[in-house]
Design a protein around this ligand. Sequence first.
Ligand code: F6R
Length: 653
Amino acid sequence: MCGIMGFSGNLKNESSVGVVLNGLKSLEYRGYDSSGIAYYDNDDRLIKYIKKSGKLINLSNEFSCIAPLNSDVAIGHIRWATHGKPTDENAHPHIDCSGNIAIVHNGIIENYAALKNKLIKKGHRFTTETDSEVIAHLIEDYISAGKSFYEAVRLTSCELLGAFAVLALDAASRSIAAVKFGPPLVLAQKGDNLYVASDISPLIEYTNDVIFLKNSEIACFYDGKLDITTFKGKKVNKTITKIDWDASRAAKSGFSHFMQKEIFEQPARILDAFSSRVMFNEGTKDNVINLNKIKIKRAKKGFNENTQNSFNEAFAGLDISLEGLKLTKNDIVNSPKIVFIACGSSYYASLAIKYMMETICGLSVIVEYGSEFRYENFPISQNDIFVGISQSGETADTNSALEVAKAKRAKILSITNVPGSQITGLSNKGVIYTHAGPEVGVASTKAFTTQLLCGLLLALYVREKSGFMPGYQWLNPRNIFKNLVELPKKMEKILFMDETLKDIAKKYYKSSNFLYLGRGILYPIALEGALKLKEISYIHAEGYPAGEMKHGPIALVDENMPVLFLLSNNMLSTKTISNIEEVKARGGRVIAVADYEPEIDGLSDLIRIPETLEVLSPVLYTVPLQLFAYHIAALKGTDIDQPRNLAKSVTVE
Ligand code: F6R
């Protein structure tokens, strides 16, 4: 929700405004209803600003109309409105009465009304409906009382309640201050230049060495010198974190949309997620296969699937290393329950991971929406294991729910894509990074499939650590490993079907409603497929367990209702085929995604995908649904990367 970017320094070919504008482009996925930049004009020696409602392009157009700027300090903001409509006036930056202080803010100031009344009584003039404007006036108030800019920012920070990441620009000292309490802020210093942003994506263009501010910290940058203190004024020495993201991954690279590029990136990102974490080793050094950079030690001995012992022995050959995970055997065996907390697509990934954990480890798992969990009377014990799943690591609902569990001393671990994000700080039992790289398209794609993959790794890890036996002997580890290694290639095969999916999309893009149905582990994928379609094409779509259709949704079925079935060649296939027949009998049009050639007459469309193990199948079934939604949205001409009303990182409740 909202993105902020600041720069202070000196670049030969670019003004501070250019750097900030460029940074806001990378942050645009966080909000896009208005934007603005304040900068210090070196020639006129004062703060100037432009703010515009609508997309960032409106702001860039305004700046392109003015003469080249001579400015070395600027702060910018991209907004997703909470308090006050997305108008030019309400857009950030906000300026104090004197015009000497400009601020941008991400978050919510809960006590803004009381502060505003107090400041109005003291003579401050407010010009917007936002909660954020109080910050500029409060800093001004402290400066008028004789405080330095830094002290004014520090005392202001202590007075604010709520969640805030703030950048403040001071004309007198030409310095910027960055304040964090809640929403993320990342700094990068390169020589005399300081870059600060809501996340690492705008920074990796300049450097991979970053500093994550913690809550209640203030960074002040003046004349090439960076000082970081706590809100109490205590100096803090920060460590530099090296980020392994590649700047080119945040570019469209010839694709029409970021979402399309991110869909096509998935085979490589899946590989990144497991290649250095999984080995299968039965003690032989020969027969090393090099496939897609992965070294596989092929077992020489035959594998007997019929006895429990051989299952146990061979499972020992599957070696899972999840760097940074501190979950011990004791944690697992003493845990009464494993609870997954997530929102949106990450919630659907959790539902699929529940099947994986139950199948692979024989453990029962509970999945909860972050937004619901925190207000439930959910019994929490200190032995419970909570797993938060979040692409951004900044989702307020998910993180607040984890905080509730942490307050009861439960064990917390997380699966996230963003290093240094808030969820990582909450995870006392470690973090599994999805290694998906920057995801710019607002609708989650590669983040979702890598979450599934990391969930599978977690299940294998828990199985390996605990020795729990689910009793599914067909799920032998060599088979899991073999299928894992083949997964990227199988995904590629589905991506080669892009044109076919586009043709199918042409038949359906005028439909107003869709049903997506699946059973077992494919039910969460039906939910995810329906969500993708809703988000980017604005077509109403419902995901349902196929077996539930007869309990209600079947009433909707007629010739205008396309029903997309996820069909797998397993013991549930005949049941799903019966559901397909029921839809056909009522005139519904059936699209089936299947990993075999089902014997069904009168299917409108069949999308045939490669077969894999059931526990891995969600990863493959997701891809055609992404492509289908993408092509429907492209045919409808919607804003695919930035769908209306959405923001990628939802940092408010
Ligand atoms: C859907 C989507 C959202 C997010 C949800 C949680 O395409 O992107 O539903 O999945 O807002 O976000 P994270 O995973 O960042 O916690």
